[in-house]
Design a protein around this ligand. Structure first.
Ligand SMILES: Nc1nc2c(ncn2[C@@H]2O[C@H](COP(=O)(O)OP(=O)(O)OP(=O)(O)O)[C@@H](O)[C@H]2O)c(=O)[nH]1
Ligand SMILES: [Mg+2]
Length: 592
């Protein structure tokens, strides 16, 4: 069988999963009545949000050829999925929505593919739309890629897809074979309660079959293969006799310890000396937050859930943590706030654990007065006095139609950004480049950008390193007790403003209790803002006149139910959302 391995990359919503649908349809893998839109978006969360979160590999039978295609997410927070998929294939379809033109992740994903030296097939999608600008988009692509001839398609109607299939067969080279001996790259993995960890592999040499004894190079652990097979759409594991060089498939080997099946690792036969594949760069977390169980008894459940989730989401960084206010939990690094939100949702849905997540923060570097250097990922550890403090900066790239240059410039400058570049792409779009603190673009930056550009601007960013800043730690006190989980580090010039907003927001979010709650924001013990929540005056059961016992009990039960999602801090009960108060407080600012 002749094989072609490729991935589909694009800016978010440009139609990758819809194009995958057309390939699946043509291959006949799914009966037409079973077909649904964006079939590969198989997670509930993906279907609800209408976005792809995980990469999805599938094997398709295309007549004389086998295609292993990998659908990828478009959102910036999931670019680690994209880069991992690229290492498993020889080609990439770069899809551009003709009604939007090239956007920020079109460019960043293209560069990732070029770095891997992949064959790139530029494709203009959604040509069925009345506002499709095919010529303008083609011009942009030529500026990026040289004198290329994009394939014109509608992933929705299927127009042009047969021509695209011909281009894939013609332009994308057959699979690279790097050794005669068995050699596989683990590019993803899933957990199965019965079968353990199941690595997804791309075979770069030899064959893997049932009964083989395989070694994971980084851990040197050896397992006996119980089953190999292919992943058919939508996500069906179909056993095969063997996986051959060039194939993409899965391996079942009764791997009970999740840490054995590390994404990016190389698999070879026991005793083999074939050099391992380069693997992946560890992803660099952008934001840090603590994850704590709402009920402390759920700690073990949470620990297990996070470990399993990590297998399928190798972009999270996890270490154990202890918070005086919240008890035992974990400190986690995420690639962005959407990533954080997805992790929280997956913990709830797939593992049934409710958690509180502390205010997300970037990391800081502090040089203490004694010359000691410290990296800080938990704001409570940020010292009152220091020699120097540094925060991470990013190179921010914004693509926008020229009409919105003014407002965008204003917004970026108000957030401590500095412009460093400006050029046109194909006449209708401007690429603006800035250097800006990562903390300034984390929260509501993207929403604001979208609203001031009527949805037309898009953005992408990469870390460029530390810059010195005048930073202070802002503490929140509840009834005089400092609550570590609420601490934030802010630029001194914005401390009063953020402190004020935080206490106001917390006053709204924390329910009234049986006693008065005083909320204060302070910098090095100096209070800069305060609010007060008056106590509930009446006993809730008072209106039952002491008579009806069942009614009274019902009321109390109901109250207990309602409290489930509250976290006890000292004597005060705090709802989940309060820990995200900083995020919503930023929103208030924009609406002012
Ligand atoms: N009119 C039209 N709509 C399309 C076409 N291709 C995709 N769409 C629509 O565009 C939207 C996004 O499509 P998806 O396939 O989910 O896009 P995606 O690139 O997979 O998105 P992410 O995975 O979230 O990055 C959906 O509403 C599709 O129906 C097309 O050729 N024509
Ligand atoms: Mg998709």
């Amino acid at each position: 069988m002749k094989v072609r391995n490729f991935t589909i990359i694009a800016h978010i919503d440009h139609g990758k999963s819809t194009l995958a649908d057309r390939f699946i349809e043509i291959s006949g893998a799914i009966r037409p009545e079973k077909h649904q839109e964006q079939l590969l978006d198989s997670m509930d969360l993906e279907r609800e949000k209408g976005i792809t979160i995980k990469m999805h590999p599938v094997r398709l039978n295309m007549g004389e050829y086998i295609f292993h295609l990998i659908d990828t997410p478009g959102h910036v927070d999931f670019s680690y999925e994209v880069s991992r998929s690229l290492a498993a294939v020889e080609g990439a379809i770069l899809l551009v929505d003709a009604s939007q033109g090239v956007e920020a992740q079109t460019i960043s994903n293209l560069y990732l593919a070029l770095e891997q030296d992949l064959e790139i097939i530029p494709v203009i999608n959604k040509i069925d739309l009345p506002n499709a600008d095919i010529e303008g988009t083609a011009k942009q692509l030529r500026e990026l890629l040289g004198n290329v001839k994009p394939v014109l398609i509608s992933a929705k109607t299927g127009q042009g897809v047969p021509e695209l299939i011909e281009r894939i067969i013609k332009d994308i080279p057959p699979p690279r074979i790097l050794s005669d001996e068995p050699l596989c790259l683990v590019f993803d993995a899933v957990w199965d309660d019965h079968r353990g960890a199941i690595p997804f592999v791309r075979v770069f040499g030899g064959e893997i079959k049932k009964g083989d004894r395989i070694e994971f190079v980084s851990s040197s652990e050896v397992f006996e293969v119980l089953e190999v097979g292919y992943i058919l759409p939508p996500k069906r594991f179909v056993p095969a006799e063997k996986l051959r060089a060039g194939d993409v498939g899965y391996i079942v080997a009764n791997i009970r310890d999740i840490r054995s099946a590390r994404v990016g690792d190389t698999i070879r036969l026991e005793g083999s000396k074939v050099p391992p594949l380069p693997g992946y760069k560890e992803p660099k977390p952008m934001v840090w937050a603590g994850i704590y169980p709402i009920n402390n008894e759920d700690y073990n459940l949470l620990a297990k859930a996070i470990e399993r989730l990590k297998l399928n989401d190798s972009a999270i960084t996890v270490s154990p943590a202890y918070s005086p206010a919240l008890g035992p939990g974990f400190k986690c690094g995420f690639l962005g706030l959407l990533h954080l939100e997805i992790v929280k949702e997956r913990l709830r849905r797939e593992f049934n654990v409710d958690v509180v997540i502390t205010t997300p923060t970037v990391e800081y570097k502090v040089i203490h007065r004694d010359g000691r250097e410290e990296i800080i990922t938990n704001p409570t550890d940020f010292p009152d006095y220091y020699e120097k403090a540094f925060e991470p900066y990013v190179k921010l790239q914004i693509l926008t139609p020229p009409d919105y240059i003014g407002p965008i410039m204003q917004m970026v400058i108000s957030r401590r950004g500095k412009q460093v570049g400006f050029h046109y792409l194909g006449g209708k779009v401007v690429i603006m480049e800035f250097e800006i603190p990562l903390s300034e673009i984390l929260y509501d930056f993207f929403d604001t950008l979208k609203s001031i550009s009527r949805g037309y601007a898009s953005m992408d960013y990469e870390l460029i390193g530390w810059r010195e800043g005048d930073l202070v730690r802002l503490d929140i006190l509840l009834n005089g007790e400092k609550v570590d989980a609420f601490g934030v580090v802010v630029p001194r010039e914005k401390a009063y403003y953020v402190g004020r907003r935080l206490v106001e927001k917390l006053r709204e979010l924390i329910p009234r209790q049986l006693f008065e709650v005083n909320i204060q924001a302070a910098i090095s013990k100096r209070v800069i803002a305060k609010e007060r929540i008056p106590p509930i005056r009446k006993d809730v059961t008072a209106k039952c006149y002491g008579g009806d016992v069942t009614r009274k009990r019902k009321l109390l039960e109901k109250q207990k139910e309602g409290k489930k999602k509250l976290k006890q801090i000292g004597k005060v009960e705090v709802p989940q959302e309060a820990f995200m108060a900083l995020l919503s407080s930023e929103k208030v600012k924009e609406n002012d």
